[in-house]
Design a protein around this ligand. Structure first.
Ligand code: AMP
Length: 412
């Protein structure tokens, strides 16, 4: 579907055409008409599917028609990175409109406090905020949310994982009952349904390919001993100039530091990012990675959701993520919006059951590539015995070669 078929404001159409959007993505096609019609919505969609435009374009269309200066839209997100990224997209979409947006998030040096408090009282139309910092402003009593008409909760499942439930309820108490509420979540566990029942009125529900990696991701895995992981990365990326943007995920901050050290020792251009870094340092590291000055970025989960870095060509799960949903999110960092990318996971002896659960969630068996012979033999992949109605499982020894298979081929 083309964007002009939604009946959006011409200035919005002009802006998105400059941004290179031609066809609406699946989630956009589903939600834009319902949001334009004023419905509350509950949408299950991952980052990378175009969900920001899915909620923001119809809201901007409403705001463009009203043409006032009220603070009318509040977008709540789990992380500062996502706040920055959504705000950048809003500024693109609203380029030809007289509409302003401001971010409110913690971790800065305090110099933004005044600008934020001004925006929260008057002076902007859209606020994109993380809950914690917003609550700090709310506590001081000057926040004016009485004109809010559109409330968006993005990555709602992540917000609950972080423990923002009480903050969300508190924020909700400041927002008028008469409003449109749009909730987006990558997964739909029971606690999200409960939150939705508290926040939404007769929502229209949408779901796009729940908890499955975006199309176009080539997924593969190495069954390795822990000490084989760094050598396998080096063998994967040495003499591969095409792989110029590589994101490595690890489970802990400590490990990020170790991986950076080992990869740097092998002569790679690499930096690490974790919540230990100050906000400014994180932005600088991200900027160098985005601009391809740094080839490899090693990150903890902080980055796995929300961050929009274009054209990452290889994702490496140095450790199998703790939850299957996190796997989907990490893998979602590559192959965004119609592109292709590769996601490779390392499975050591301890992570085999975890990886098996991921394969069940994504409903596909990820191809296991043998460890290159010069690195030595990997462990045998042992998973639970075959269950009734399940895929054939059991002991598998991956000793022959193979190519990564296309993630979407047997999953939809
Ligand atoms: P999101 O899921 O909102 O984080 O979007 C992921 C990326 O896809 C962002 O870089 C968007 O600018 C881009 N994008 C979203 N919708 C479209 C579209 N219809 N056509 C092309 N790119 C898009």
């Amino acid at each position: 579907m083309r964007f002009d078929e939604f009946g959006l404001d011409d200035k919005i159409l002009e802006a998105i055409s400059y941004m290179g959007y031609e066809k609406a993505s699946e989630i956009q096609e589903l939600t834009i008409p319902a949001i334009l019609d004023g419905h509350d919505i509950m949408a299950c969609a991952q980052t990378g599917t175009g969900k920001t435009a899915a909620f923001m374009l119809p809201i901007l269309d409403h705001l463009a028609a009203e043409d006032n200066h009220d603070l009318s839209t509040l977008v709540i997100v789990p992380t500062r990175e996502l706040a920055i990224q959504i705000n950048q997209q809003i500024q693109g979409f609203a380029y030809f409109l007289n509409i302003n947006s401001v971010t409110v998030y913690g971790g800065r040096d305090g110099s933004d406090w005044d600008a934020e408090s001004k925006a929260l009282t008057k002076g902007t139309n859209i606020i994109v905020a993380t809950p914690g910092k917003l609550i700090s402003h709310l506590n001081l009593g000057y926040v004016q949310f009485d004109k809010i008409k559109h409330l968006v909760l993005d990555e709602a499942d992540r917000m609950l994982d972080i423990g923002f439930y009480d903050d969300l309820m508190r924020i909700l108490s400041y927002v008028p009952d008469e409003r449109q509420t749009l909730m987006f979540s990558a997964t739909m566990p029971q606690k999200i349904r409960e939150l939705a029942s508290k926040m939404l009125k007769n929502p229209v529900e949408f779901s796009t390919a729940i908890s499955k990696p975006a199309e176009g991701v080539l997924q593969a895995a190495y069954v390795v001993h822990e000490n084989q992981k760094i050598p396998v990365i080096n063998s994967l990326i040495t003499n591969k100039p095409d792989l110029d943007s590589i994101l490595v995920f690890s489970s802990t901050k400590r490990k990020v530091t170790d991986i950076v050290k080992s990869l740097r020792k092998a002569g790679n251009s690499v930096e690490g990012i974790s919540s230990d870094l100050e906000q400014k340092e994180r932005e600088d590291v991200l900027m160098r990675f985005r601009s391809r000055r740094t080839r490899i970025l090693v990150a903890t989960d902080v980055l796995s959701r929300g961050i929009d870095i274009k054209d990452i060509n290889l994702i490496i799960n140095f450790d199998v993520p703790g939850s299957a949903e996190d796997y989907v999110h990490r893998v979602g960092r590559t192959a965004r919006a119609d592109k292709t990318g590769i996601a490779i996971s390392f499975i050591n002896e301890q992570d085999m059951e975890k990886f098996d659960r991921i394969e069940k969630l994504i409903e596909m068996e990820v191809l296991k590539i043998p460890v290159p012979p010069e690195i030595g033999e990997g462990p045998v992949y042992k998973v639970r015995p075959q269950r009734k109605g399940g895929r054939p499982q059991g002991k598998r020894n991956y000793s022959s070669g193979g190519k990564p298979n296309r993630g979407s081929s047997d999953s939809r």
